[in-house]
Design a protein around this ligand. Sequence first.
Ligand code: HEC
Ligand code: HEC
Length: 282
Amino acid sequence: MTSDPHGGRRFRVFARKRSAPSRARRRLGAAVRMIAALAMAGGVYAGFTPNAAAEDDRTLSSSAAEGKALFDNSCITCHGRDAQGVTDRGPSLIGVGSAAVEFQVGTGRMPMTRQEAQAEKKPPQFDEAQTKQIGQYIQEIGGGPQLPSGELSDNLATKPEALARGGELFRVNCSSCHGFGGGGGALSSGKYAPGLHTATEEQIYAAMLTGPQNMPVFGDNELSPDEKREVITYVTQQLQQDKDPGGIFNLGRYGPVTEGLAIFVIGITILVFVALWIAGKS
Ligand code: HEC
Ligand code: HEC
């Protein structure tokens, strides 16, 4: 940062008060005063910055301060100082809430390794405690949606109807993108809705709360916390328990037909290359 609003203002006030004997001298004087003002602005800025930073740290809880250290190490290059965002590299995280961090960092999508249409799910780089600390930091500086405390799914022994209700809500709200079996599906421009077979309860809740990428946000007006728990119950206790419908390889869980098709396409491709190779030899 090079400009300081206070320094600038001060300079203007000064410049008006001074009387000026001749044009050239006035110009020279203005230049000298400008330099002096800039130097002063620099001094004022240097004088204030450490204090401002210290104040900033003092208002953070200790867990958020730990999170800030992790953030400054791994996220600042794309999301900027104080998570304000960096044009072309990463959005501001002000207001996304700890839920977004728990989703993005917990599924390994963040820290992103390279620019791509959609951040890949990968083994998380931070453990649960660290993820919560980064979430706490983002929460304390910007607010936003948070995961509720307590159980995120229903106990079928005490609430058996949760499964059917969750299934209904899933088919209405989620299956258009994630498929009826939760196997996932392609969306436009290289994006896709991932399969839901490895998502944890926290991740499903956080995905609904924050609507990553092309997924809509399911706020508490769209799906109440009770309904969200029913959806999670259905996903984790029904979809994730289902046996694969067939085939040896798990190609999106569409069953043996998909696998037959895949083998056909791969086989034909190989045959074409073999034919080309033979033709090239002769
Ligand atoms: C290489 C650049 C890069 C790095 C490093 C990176 N991010 Fe991101 N991040 C992005 C981009 C680009 C997006 C938006 C695209 C997306 O959501 O996939 C994003 C999105 C996010 C979101 C979702 C914001 C929302 O609106 O819901 C969160 C939360 C987030 N990042 C947290 C982090 C955290 C925490 C770290 C460090 C552990 C991190 N990111 C590191 C580039 C980066
Ligand atoms: C309009 C399409 C769309 C709808 C509708 C939708 N999602 Fe998503 N969902 C996505 C996309 C796209 C992603 C990937 C986001 C990313 O990679 O950042 C996603 C990601 C997820 C993930 C993360 C999976 C993982 O393993 O990381 C979960 C969980 C999820 N969605 C659950 C749901 C639930 C539950 C519903 C219904 C209440 C739903 N989604 C409705 C498009 C959708």
